[in-house]
Design a protein around this ligand. Sequence first.
Ligand code: PGA
Length: 234
Amino acid sequence: MISKKCTIWGNLKMHPVKEVLDSYNSLLQGQKFGLIVPYPYLHYAQSLLGPAVTIAAQSLSEHDTGAYSSQVSGEILQDVGINTVMIGHSEVRRLGIDVAAQLKIAQSLGISIIYCIGEDLQSYESGLKNSVLEDQLSLLKNMHQVTIAYEPIWSIGTGKTASLSDINEALSLIRYWLSRYFPGNSDKTQVLYGGSINHNNCLEILTKTDLDGFLVGGVSLKPEKMLEVIRLCN
Ligand code: PGA
């Protein structure tokens, strides 16, 4: 039993997940967590698993609603009852999307944000981690309904979790940055870690850091294992 509250999000990435969602439905026993699902499953996931499971979108358009075929605006998300969106995941950043514009639109609509930040391997190895994180944090113009997920790119899907000291260092930087630019929000803002989290490493990382929880990728595609992570952390 952990004394602090742990928030867990699963990011199902770009996989066909109807069966995965059905499996969550049959295994759930009141666990509270969130799933970040591909657009076409938002409605299905919401009606099947909500409200116990919070359903979020993996991105949103950098444009307002209008003539942008194929894109999904914040207003569309709200229209189908989705009020949380992940922004800035490295797999989306590499498409060259205007993250600042996405943040601005989501915040103007009052959509909750899971904001992912994290350095790549080269920046990590050359000691530029902190300046990369600061640059990414500086896109936030207010902290209303923002959760921050620290996800070093080199740890995503690689089986290499960041060390406890790497995580603690990032956490102190984030908390310091929040206290400097958004005094009052430093303690209120949830900070999560993502990158190769599983049932073998989650507990140690949770108990030996000040993290508020995890953003889980690959393991969230295996409902039994994901629910084990959730059980261990609560
Ligand atoms: P991973 O992914 O858990 O598979 O490393 C994390 C993420 O992409 O959010």
